[in-house]
Design a protein around this ligand. Structure first.
Ligand code: NDP
Length: 329
């Protein structure tokens, strides 16, 4: 038996953002149809909560794949040579349960998360949404810029990040990459003022985006907080938004952005309008009016990683990319 190993550079080559967006649509629809299994993820926090190890098992009938992402999250790595999210996606086939591939998880996470936000933006942002605000200049900030450029006809881009010099670097690096002017802003409030699309992609533990700052008709992708003890949005922002999620069960158990306002009594579980998969399947409506504020709360799902890894596995075989190792007993 042979197992394919795919490293970060090879993932970047094989998982293109414009290919990943429809793959995420399919995965979310399959989950919505009940054809996927996506249990809640165990997260093991390290002493003093300096980091965590998350385990995300998942199964999909179509594409036929199962596996698990194991990812470490080390916030202190930011600004060093180490990625803050590192790990591996282990891909298995469904019939005999044999291991097919070990794929770098940092790149999959960077790409698939932004691709899901692109799905949400296509479903929920106004068709003419063109003014983009990105909050956070890290890995997710960069991949969200790429995804948003594919999702809507963006003609203005603003960036804010906690460390001003990182906003400047982001503006220069990503501006050159996409031949776009990216405005460096002095505050979150100035960045989101009048924006049509806001992506929050930070490790902020406390709210950085306030409801009072939101313009009518804006769409928000809230990506940065994926645990129940942190949030990026204040209660007012969540209360005044129509809230859509990747998965209801995950939101009720893992999303600080939802659980803090709920604990304050400001919202209840009915505040969740539905899942992206349900909109894609035509079971519920997305945006209803141009004035309403829509919010996609992203937590990240194992099925997204497995679907991405399966695509990488197939493409790697076609293109001869990756390294095969002998796994015979
Ligand atoms: P990076 O380490 O690449 O970037 C971290 C970003 O967070 C930087 O822009 C940094 O700003 C900012 N930041 C750190 N602390 C604060 C703070 N106290 N207030 C405001 N901003 C802060 O991380 P990633 O881009 O990979 O991940 C960003 C977030 O997204 C993480 O919380 C991660 O867990 C989450 N995530 C969510 C996923 C999902 O599926 N929903 C998937 C992957 C990640 P600066 O550089 O200016 O200091």
């Amino acid at each position: 038996m042979k197992v394919l190993v795919v490293n970060p550079a090879e993932v970047r080559q094989l998982l293109l953002m414009n290919e990943c967006i429809p793959i995420m649509e399919q995965a979310l629809m399959n989950l919505g149809r009940g054809e996927g299994i996506n249990p809640l993820r165990p997260v093991m926090f390290l002493p003093e909560k300096v980091g965590a190890l998350g385990m995300m098992p998942a199964y999909l009938g179509e594409p036929p794949a199962m596996g698990a992402k194991i990812v470490s999250v080390m916030p202190k790595n930011y600004g060093t040579k180490y990625d803050s999210h590192q790990g591996v996606v282990l891909l298995f086939e469904n019939e005999h349960g044999s291991l097919l591939a070990m794929v770098d998880a940092s790149e999959i996470t960077a790409i698939r998360t932004a691709a899901v936000s692109a799905v949400a933006t296509r479903l929920l942002a106004r068709p003419d949404a063109s003014d983009l605000a990105i909050i956070g200049s890290g890995v997710q900030g960069a991949s969200h810029l790429e995804a948003m450029l594919l999702a809507r006809p963006i003609d203005r881009i603003r960036i804010w990040s906690k460390t001003g010099s990182n906003s400047q670097l982001f503006s220069e690096r990503e501006g050159a990459k996409f031949t776009r002017h990216i405005e460096v802003m002095p505050s979150v409030e100035a960045t989101v003022d009048g924006a049509d699309i806001i992506c929050t992609t930070t490790m902020a533990p406390q709210p950085i985006l306030m409801g009072d700052w939101l313009a009518p008709g804006v769409h928000i992708n809230a990506v940065g907080s994926s645990i129940k003890s942190t949030r990026e949005l204040d209660t007012a922002a969540v209360v005044k938004s129509r809230l859509f999620v990747d998965r209801r069960e995950s939101t009720l158990n893992e999303a600080g952005d939802f659980l803090f306002p709920k604990a304050e009594g400001a919202i209840n579980d009915d505040h969740i309008q539905g899942e992206l998969g349900e909109i894609l399947l035509g079971q519920i409506e997305g945006r209803k009016t141009v004035e309403e504020i829509t919010l996609f709360k992203s937590l990240g799902l194992g099925v997204e990683d497995i679907a991405s890894a399966f695509h990488i596995y197939e493409k790697a075989q076609q293109s001869g990319t990756g390294t095969w190792i002998d796994w015979s007993s």
